[in-house]
Design a protein around this ligand. Structure first.
Ligand SMILES: [Zn+2]
Ligand SMILES: [Zn+2]
Length: 337
């Protein structure tokens, strides 16, 4: 089968991903075999490719997979042949440890990331355990559904962790794939909340998208918004937005950092200015099956239609490079068939 394979980590400018023919995987007892239709592109893949997050090598990346069940393992019974399913970042967890038992399977020491610890969806076919696959609601096209599986679902986990209440002011640092989906969720679940959006530069593509979508205020990271914010979500790869978000938080406010690795350090934090008045910082690590399932339900009810930019499977290097340099708006998706 055709697949995109990472054999060595390197800057994306070196085109480290290769388009190859590799063996087709076989489903084990409780696994399903998926004919991949599309796979979303995520910043985590850029971290894998460039070595900030160490994947198994070689690996087929991709953890926002939408496709159809084409074969079923001998003991699998949740899905039927032909059914449309999605696979997200959580490929498996142990199910037995203290974290798994209390619903925090995202923190499990044996957590396996799709397309990182096991082969993912930048390929014509993949296999997944039936308990870690999701039925995709009818209302979405394949390409619309893909970004919901990570950008959307992890954004939703971040939103829950902010403990936002309706009427709270929320700040979004960065307005890429995850934040622009989150925007719709906030408007739907918290209609009386104001949303402030901070981007790298005034007038850049993400800030224009935020304006078009009706953000209550749009500014540059470093600017002081008209009101203090009760909570904020940072989805940027740099250190500065952390300090800035903390500075702009209201007393008792909480900042949630939704990303795996920062490319630049978080510097110059001052206790009085950034932490005093019971301000809090929390990160988001991985995702649980419950987050994904809950979010797909909410997204279908709204319904959320992400802004999607499609690439061909063999254009994976180009898609990730464009993501790195902020050359497209919304969510990137690789079209497999
Ligand atoms: Zn992701
Ligand atoms: Zn566990």
């Amino acid at each position: 089968m055709k697949a995109i394979v990472l054999r060595r980590t390197a800057p994306i400018e070196d085109d480290p991903l290769s388009y190859e023919d590799i063996p087709v995987p076989e489903p084990k007892a409780r696994e399903i075999f998926i004919e991949v239709s599309v796979c979303g592109v995520c910043r985590t893949e850029l971290d894998e490719v460039e070595g900030r997050l160490q994947p198994k090598i070689p690996v087929v990346p991709g953890h926002q997979v939408v496709g159809r069940v084409a074969k079923i393992g001998q003991a699998a019974e949740r899905f039927r042949i032909g059914e449309r399913v999605g696979v997200a970042w959580i490929y498996s967890s142990c199910g037995e440890c203290r974290f798994c038992r209390i619903g925090l399977e995202n923190l499990c020491a044996r957590f396996m990331g799709t397309g990182c610890d096991v082969d993912g969806g930048y390929a014509e076919y993949m296999v997944a355990h039936e308990d870690y696959a999701y039925k995709i609601p009818e209302v979405f096209s394949d390409a619309e559904a893909a970004p919901l599986l990570c950008a959307g679902a992890i954004g939703y986990r971040a939103l829950k962790l902010t403990r936002i209440e309706d009427g709270d002011v929320i700040g979004l640092y960065g307005f890429g794939s995850s934040a622009h989906i989150l925007f719709h969720v906030i408007r739907h679940l918290y209609p009386n909340s104001m949303i402030f959006v901070f981007t790298r530069r005034k007038g850049d593509a993400p800030s224009e998208l935020a304006r078009k979508m009706g953000a209550d205020w749009v500014g540059e990271t470093g600017e002081t918004p008209p009101l203090k914010m009760n909570c904020a979500i940072d989805t940027t790869p740099t250190g500065l937005p952390v300090r800035e978000a903390l500075r702009n938080l209201e007393k008792g406010g909480r900042l949630v950092m939704n990303l795996i690795r920062k490319e630049t350090p978080i510097t110059d934090l001052d206790y009085t200015q950034h932490f005093w008045w019971e301000k809090e910082v929390k990160s988001v690590a991985n995702i649980t099956r419950r987050d994904v399932a809950e979010f797909l339900g909410i997204a279908a009810r709204i319904p959320i239609k992400p802004e999607v930019v499609e690439f061909k499977l063999e254009e994976a290097n180009k898609a990730l490079s464009m993501l790195k340099y902020g050359k497209y708006c919304g969510s990137g998706v690789l079209r497999v068939r």
